[in-house]
Design a protein around this ligand. Sequence first.
Ligand SMILES: [Fe+2]
Length: 303
Amino acid sequence: MNIYADSKMSDDQRCAELYRGAIFVHSPSPSALDLCRLARELVEEAFRPLDPLKVHESLPAEKCAEILGVVKPKFIHHPDAKRYIRGMLSELGCDLDNTYFDVPRLRTAFPGDYLKSGIAYAFHAHRDTWYSAPFCQINWWMPVYEVRADNCMALHPRYWSQPIKNGSSQYNYHKWNADSRHNAAQHIKADTRVQPHPEEPVELEPEIRMVCPVGGAYQFSAAQLHSTAPNTSGVTRYSVDFRTVHLDDVLNRIGAPNIDSACTGTTMGDYLKGTDFSHLPPEAMALYLDGTESKYVLSPSIA
Ligand SMILES: [Fe+2]
């Protein structure tokens, strides 16, 4: 596996490498730092007067889930969040006319068993391509506060080319949006939402844990097996992640190889153009629609 630091490759070259399993790490750019500052401001305001890194020491988990249920969507839909992503992509050399991104998610990983479900879901080992992501999707991950090896995210590179028996055939993104996404904050102690899991023992080691500075980001293919590393640090981890696709690759159906995903539906409707935040053109979308998108619709109360 190749790891590139502050590479100046073109989008085409970089994507081709990512589709071969490479990782790209970027030093903090001004807009990436702005995005992290926005996340910290919202989190600190939400938990005041508590230290956001230590809320698990004094706040009941139910109350914490309630607060996260407000602050996480607030971050996702904050108008500045999209502008900062645009700035960050531009500063890191992406062609904004060809790069589409989805809204950034604010993630938390609490120490021990404090809160690992629903709104603070501790992700089991998975590929995003088991969750209806296209094979050209690139994931971006960056810490909001300083992270350590014992509270970050892990990649499991041996499975880049090794299939895993998994439950992705039961997953459809449109069904997930219609049934499960909106009630994440209700899952405090256990998460009963159906998600694709490995269905055979998985050897998580060797692992790669990228420890970046605040605002430092790394990119990896949506087909990489990855998971939330168990947080044994004693402090809460806050991170931001988002996804991008490159229009040329969407149109040409280029991406990482599919070795074991059988989900239906597509997340293609989520990506926004780097310049004007418009959706992918209909001819690009049409290549990925499989008919299930009209089968599952949001109930009017949550649409
Ligand atoms: Fe993921």
